[in-house]
Write a protein that binds this ligand. Structure first.
Ligand code: NAP
Length: 489
């Protein structure tokens, strides 16, 4: 078990709304329950915001906007850096909370805290520099002077999913705050606790009131729509499904809001005959099993060249067979539950459908009895093109293996999707590696590695996987606009 006392942690975790630097219940006093997906026990109840609470959070972000934008960049940078240290100082607590409400094994939750915190380090380093980006010069006709500079977009709404309860928030918050924007964040209903504890950490680190506001709700649509319709809001940054992303883009059109969208994926992973098969199995295991498969960049379709199909499939099944399923706080557990019954039912439906259409079960595929939304590591081979899992995100520990013969076929099949988030390929041939990486229609490609996320790299997708990038030097640009001043001297 983890070192943190679970009962004490749950007693001390904030459960109210964080608005204008203060904790307060929902106006209606309503609450909703947060459930441990591994035991199905109720952990705590948290405030259930209404649309009035949502607008109150926006009021606070608007009130704080001018002061935060005018805060000297070094002061903002120092605060972000202090927040980075403060998150890491509470690493065990935050990680335990992630495991309790989301289910992933504690070691992975610790990894998420490290990854999530790093955005504050990264963006603290950018906070003071972007204010010097701009131009000063004479217009080509020689008539007057052109001056440009970057300024914050303004009050921003952030909406995040449950699969990385800390990092999907901090990847946005770090960039927004560094740019000088104030924010309202709405975490997912299933995992509100991590973001609430994070807000308390930020408060203790000295973040001014109103710069960060957190609203938790069981009525996402009812709370988000009025904020989106408020003309004081200047930006939406969303991470979640493509379906909800399209809906929010429609709402954003009304106010012509700046929009950043990190949406769904359907990542292909290609293994060529000339690959180092053990390295490919390592990479595929990471790309498939990280976060129990509940990741937007999870390898959803694994394409293996026919010459190495048998060896790769056998070795991947051996590797996935070594995972130990259980409560993520138990020692030695490497695979937690899925987030809820609905997600498990979806995985069951996709596996049954693939098998009905001709896929072979190499291992797994049986739903265990008992409490918790567990699903075993599963390997399917000979998955046909018309299987629903070819086109839908599995979001579970199911490796779907397809075979191919030629490089051209592999590329065509990998790109046969409206999504374009991540892709992976394994080969020892450098020319092929670069050629195939360039031909894959995705925002990110891993060559001989199964993980691409890094705060210094631009994370994001093309096609229906999204708009904009998070992390890297581009992440902060999402929260900035260019102001041009023409000067007649
Ligand atoms: P989701 O259903 O789209 O929910 C994401 C967020 O949107 C949650 O906070 C949710 O609130 C909120 N929401 C739902 N319906 C809404 C509405 N009508 N109006 C406003 N907000 C609404 O996605 P999910 O199931 O939580 O997350 C899984 C998806 O996220 C997958 O498709 C995955 O690929 C994607 N994802 C993408 C990235 C990326 O960087 N590209 C990263 C992680 C995940 P409630 O929780 O209260 O419903």
């Amino acid at each position: 078990m983890a070192d943190i006392d679970r009962a004490r942690l749950l007693e001390s975790v904030p459960t109210e709304l964080f608005i204008g630097g203060k904790w307060a219940p929902a106006r209606s006093r309503a609450t909703f329950e947060v459930v441990d997906p591994a035991s199905e026990e109720i952990l705590v109840r948290v405030a259930d915001a209404s649309s009035e609470d949502g607008i109150a959070a926006l009021d606070a972000a608007v009130d704080a906007a001018a002061g935060w934008a005018a805060t000297p960049p070094w002061k903002r940078a120092d605060l972000l850096r202090a927040a980075y240290d403060a998150i890491l100082a509470r690493r065990e607590e935050i990680a335990t909370l992630i495991t309790l409400e989301m289910g992933k094994p504690l070691a992975e939750s610790r990894g998420e805290v490290d990854y999530g915190a790093t955005f504050f380090r990264w963006f603290s380093e950018s906070a003071s520099r972007m204010h010097l980006e701009g131009a000063y010069g004479t217009e080509p006709g020689g008539g007057y002077k052109i001056m440009t500079y970057k300024r914050p977009v303004g009050p921003t709404l952030l909406v995040t999913p449950w699969n990385f309860p800390l990092a999907m928030g901090t990847r946005k918050i770090g960039a927004a705050l560094a740019a000088g924007c104030t924010v309202v964040i709405k975490p997912a209903e299933q995992t509100p606790l991590t973001m609430l504890l994070f807000a308390e950490v930020m408060r203790e680190a000295g973040l001014p009131d109103g710069v960060l506001n957190v609203i938790t709700t069981s009525d996402a649509a009812g709370v988000v729509a009025p904020i989106m319709a408020d003309p004081r809001l200047r930006k939406i940054s969303f991470t979640g499904s493509t379906q909800v992303g399209k809906l929010l883009l429609g709402q954003a059109a009304e106010g012509v809001l700046r929009s950043s969208m990190e949406l769904g994926g359907n990542s292909p992973l290609l293994v060529f005959d000339d690959a180092d098969i053990d390295a490919a199995v390592d990479g595929a295991t990471m790309a498939k099993m990280r976060n129990g498969g509940e990741s937007c960049v999870a390898a959803n379709r694994i394409y293996v060249q026919s010459g190495v199909l048998e060896e790769f499939t056998r070795k991947l099944a051996e590797r996935l067979g070594s995972f130990r399923t259980g409560h993520g706080l138990e020692e030695g557990v490497t695979l937690g539950p899925l987030i809820d019954g609905e997600q498990r039912a979806k995985v069951v439906r996709l596996v049954d459908d693939a098998v009905d259409k001709g896929a072979t079960v190499v291992m797994g595929g049986e739903v265990p009895s008992g409490a918790g939304h567990f699903y075993p590591p599963t390997v399917l081979r000979d998955v046909p093109r018309d299987a629903a899992m070819h086109d839908e995100e599995i979001f579970g520990p199911v490796a779907a293996i397809y075979s191919f013969d030629t490089e051209r076929e592999a590329i065509e099949r990998a790109n046969d999707t409206p999504y374009g988030l991540a892709s992976y390929l394994f080969t020892r041939d450098l020319s092929r590696a670069v050629r195939v990486a360039e031909a894959l229609d995705t925002g990110m490609t891993g060559i001989n590695r199964g993980v691409v996320s890094n705060p210094a790299a631009p994370f994001g997708g093309i096609k229906e996987s999204g708009l904009g990038r998070e992390g890297s030097s581009e992440g902060i640009e999402e929260y900035l606009e260019t102001k041009y001043i023409g000067m007649q001297l």
